[in-house]
Design a protein. Structure first.
Length: 417
């Protein structure tokens, strides 16, 4: 299980991070989207994020697509192959050729994603900017792609006020591909209210969710001259429940640890200790000040020992797992099922986003099937995918590294009063 440093500090409310702002590249209704100049490895999901072993521990939300498609009974003995002919995507079903309406801007990242052993598409922390590391992380295949931007928006289901919208650039133009429908974003009060009501169901308050196709049976069949899929992803909601006695114990231990750090730092630094070096609010600054005055440690070995020991204990507590903290995750299956029954409502509210979501899940599932059953064809298809250097049917996109609610746009009229 991944260690939950973020959640522990948030839960116990003892430490605070300094917020650093960057220039927004675009906006999504009440949300500003930012692209920080991080190195690519800081923008992408680490490989150890999972081979289908998604954990809610240290994420507030995420997307995981891991299904492998199955053919219908009528197709179970047919060989499925893939090809690119003059830029046209072709699927062969036995001797029959199918020309699916899957544009290159979706085909290429989905094929690259399916060729990877990792199924985590996207993860996100919170809704404010953290200047030290990227909060939004994408699978490498979706980084800086329009499809990645569409999937990012689908992950923000807990903000129904933006589900209907599309991101705009600095010139207030929508990020849209030529192949997408002529959908014009506009709110629908009835649908917005329905989604908000579902999310705030009094008996099913959730702490985390993931958009996933785990345990979903995605199958495909012929429908005239096209392929037809059944099965689609869904939002799986969970709730964290805490052992209050254990949490209180950890809170007391953490408080005692900070007190020891503060007391030993005062004894060590003497007149160089200042109020702004409070370890609860500026541990980083305190550690730097102590390191910059290492010569003082030889004059007070006891204070130095106590300081280092308390800092080490704090680091160990920051590495506690959910189990060690007395936390457990409860799957809200009934809530997830009720929400799933309204999938068509979501698709009606924003057809571009949820068509992209279905395509990413269903086609990656089909590609994994071809990878397993026709590996030679898959290898040839991958060579053709890698040969594509430009995708002319979609705008250039920088997927967000962080985002924040713009409260002026949310409460503009009230703030003016």
């Amino acid at each position: 299980m991944r260690k939950n440093k973020f959640y522990l500090l948030l839960l116990l409310a003892f430490t605070f991070c300094k917020v650093e702002f960057a220039h927004a590249q675009c906006a999504l209704n009440i949300v500003d989207l930012y692209n920080e100049p991080y190195r690519e490895r800081q923008k992408t999901i680490a490989e150890e994020a999972g081979r289908g072993n998604y954990s809610f521990d240290s994420r507030t939300s995420g997307i995981v697509f891991q299904a492998v498609a199955t053919p219908s009974k009528t197709l179970k003995n047919e060989k499925i192959g893939l090809d690119l002919i003059d830029g046209q995507f072709v699927v062969s079903v036995g001797n029959k050729k199918i020309y699916p309406d899957l544009p290159l801007w979706q085909l290429v990242p989905i094929a690259n994603f399916a060729n990877s052993p990792y199924q985590v598409v996207f993860t996100a922390f919170g809704d404010t900017i953290n200047g030290r590391e990227a909060q939004c992380r994408f699978h490498r295949a979706f980084l800086n792609t329009l499809l990645g931007l569409r999937l990012f928006q689908a992950d923000m289901i807990n903000y129904p006020d933006i589900i209907w919208d599309l991101p705009i650039d600095l010139n207030r133009n929508y990020f849209k591909a030529k192949s997408e429908s002529s959908y014009s974003p506009r709110p629908n009060e009835a649908i917005d209210k329905k989604i908000a009501t579902l999310l705030t169901d009094g008996d099913n308050k959730f702490s985390s969710y993931v958009l996933t196709d785990r345990n979903v049976e995605i199958s495909f069949d012929l429908a005239g001259n096209d392929l037809k899929f059944s099965g689609r992803p869904f939002y799986l909601f969970v709730r964290r429940e805490a052992n209050s006695k254990n949490i209180d114990k950890i809170r007391s231990e953490l408080d005692a640890c900070f007190n020891e750090i503060d007391a030993s730092a005062r004894a060590l630094l003497k007149d160089k200790y200042t109020a702004d070096l409070n370890p609860r609010t500026n541990l980083k600054g305190l550690l730097k000040t102590v390191d910059d005055n290492k010569d003082l440690e030889k004059f007070n070995a006891y204070a130095s020992h106590d300081f280092r020991k308390a800092v080490g204990k704090l680091e160990a507590m920051n590495s506690l797992t959910d189990e060690a903290m007395g936390m457990r995750l409860v799957l809200l299956n009934d809530f997830s099922d009720a929400f799933d029954q309204n999938w068509d409502l979501l698709k009606q509210y924003n057809p571009l986003v949820y068509t992209a979501v279905e395509n990413a899940s269903q086609w990656s599932a089909l590609f994994r099937y071809v990878y397993k059953t026709n590996p030679t064809n898959w290898a040839d298809f991958q060579q053709k995918i890698r040969a594509i250097k430009t995708i002319p049917d979609a705008p250039e996109v920088k997927t967000p590294t962080s985002f924040e609610i713009n409260y002026f746009r949310m409460f503009g009229d009230e703030l003016k009063q």
